[in-house]
Design a protein around this ligand. Structure first.
Ligand code: 1HE
Length: 278
C-alpha cells in the first residue's frame, strides 16, 4: 500500500547545481525543483570512496542549497559503490586510520543528520563502505542488479564508516556478523526481506524510483521531515519514558507550525487529498 495525500508531483528538468557544489568534481550534482541528485562519479574505480570523495560528500551535505527539500544519492556506471578506496588504505598508519574513520563518520552523519531526507538509489555492488553510505540514507531503493556485502573480513580490516552502528540497527547484529564473517552477499530480494532496503525494483529502475520518492518526500512539510530525520533515530535510542517526552515536544513543535495549521485546514476544507490505497 502507498500513501497518497498529495497530488502527483510533476518534476522539473534537472539542471547542474551551481556555486560551491559545482566545484565538487567527484560528484555529479543536479537539482530538479526541490530535489537534489548527487551521483558518485568515479565509475572507473567503481565509485570507490577515496579521501577526496568522502570530503566532497561532506561538503555537499553541509551546504545544501536552501530550496532543496530531499536528496538522492546514486552511483555512476555499473555499481553504486565498491566501498573504501583500498589503494589509499595500504599506506595508512594507526593514528591516520582513526582520523580517516572519523572523517567518514562526519561525512555520513552529514547525510543522516542533515537538513533533508536522503534516498539511496542502489544498483550493482553496494559493498563495504558503499553499504555504510547507503545505511546513512533514510530510504533505500535496490534494483535487481544490486548486491550487498561487507568484505572487510576478507580484506583484513573492519568497518570504519559507522557500519557497526547503523547496519545492526537495520538488520540486527546476527545478520551483520554473518555478512562479515562468511562474506555472505545478499541480493535485492533478500535485502528487502532483511531490512537493508525498503524498495525493490527491476534492473535499471532504482534511480527513477528514488527520484520519484524524493519528489514525494519533498511535498511534506519541512518540519515534519526534519522531525523524522532528526528526532526518530534519537527517540529510538532513548528509554521509552524519555522517548515519549521527546516525541511530545517534537510533535508540539511540528503541529503548531503555520504550515501544519494550513495543511490540516486544507483537509478539513476538502482542499487536500485523502489517504488512499495505491
Ligand atoms: C577499486 C575498488 C576499491 C574496484 N578500491 N579500487 N571494497 C571491496 O573489497 C570491493 C572491491 N571491489 C570489487 O570487489 C569489485 O571491483 C567490484 C565487485 C566492486 C566490481 O567488479 P568489476 O569487475 O566491475 O570491476 P573491477 O575490474 O574489479 O575494478 C575496476 C577498477 O576499479 C580496478 O582498477 P583498475 O585500475 O585495475 O582498472 C579496481 O582495482 C578498481 N576498484 N573496487 C580501490 N574498493 C571506512 S571502512 C570501509 C571498508 C571497506 O569499504 S572494505 C571493502 C572494500
Amino acid at each position: 500500500m502507498l500513501w497518497r495525500t498529495m497530488p502527483d508531483p510533476s518534476p522539473e528538468p534537472f539542471v547542474p547545481a551551481g556555486g560551491l557544489l559545482a566545484q565538487l568534481d567527484l560528484l555529479q550534482i543536479e537539482t530538479s525543483g526541490p530535489v537534489l541528485h548527487v551521483r558518485l562519479n568515479r565509475p572507473a574505480k567503481r565509485n570507490a570512496i577515496s579521501d577526496p570523495l568522502v570530503q566532497q560528500l561532506h561538503t555537499c551535505f553541509v551546504n545544501l542549497p536552501e530550496p532543496v527539500r530531499a536528496a538522492v544519492i546514486s552511483g555512476a556506471g555499473d555499481h553504486f559503490c565498491a566501498g573504501l578506496d583500498l589503494s589509499e588504505l595500504v599506506e595508512r598508519d594507526a593514528s591516520a586510520a582513526v582520523a580517516h574513520s572519523r572523517m567518514w563518520h562526519a561525512a555520513f552523519d552529514a547525510v543522516q543528520f542533515g537538513r533533508v531526507p536522503v534516498v539511496a538509489a542502489l544498483h550493482g555492488a553496494v559493498v563495504g563502505g558503499g553499504l555504510e553510505l547507503a545505511a546513512a540514507c533514510h530510504l533505500r531503493v535496490a534494483d535487481d542488479s544490486a548486491y550487498f556485502g561487507l568484505p572487510e573480513g576478507q580484506r583484513g580490516i573492519f568497518v570504519g564508516g559507522a557500519g557497526s552502528v547503523r547496519i545492526p540497527r537495520l538488520i540486527g547484529v546476527a545478520r551483520m556478523t554473518d555478512l562479515m564473517l562468511t562474506g555472505r552477499v545478499y541480493g535485492a530480494e533478500e535485502a528487502v526481506q532483511v531490512g537493508l532496503a525498503q524498495y525493490r525494483v527491476p534492473q535499471g529502475g532504482a534511480l527513477a524510483r528514488a527520484l520519484e520518492l524524493a519528489h514525494r518526500v519533498a511535498l511534506n512539510a519541512g518540519l515534519s521531515n526534519y522531525a523524522v530525520v532528526q528526532a526518530l533515530p534519537r527517540i529510538a535510542e532513548q528509554a521509552p519514558a524519555e522517548g515519549m517526552f521527546t516525541e511530545a515536544l517534537m510533535s508540539a513543535l511540528a503541529g503548531s507550525s503555520p504550515e501544519a495549521t494550513e495543511r490540516m485546514r486544507a483537509f478539513l476544507d476538502k482542499r487536500a487529498g485523502k489517504v488512499v490505497k495505491a
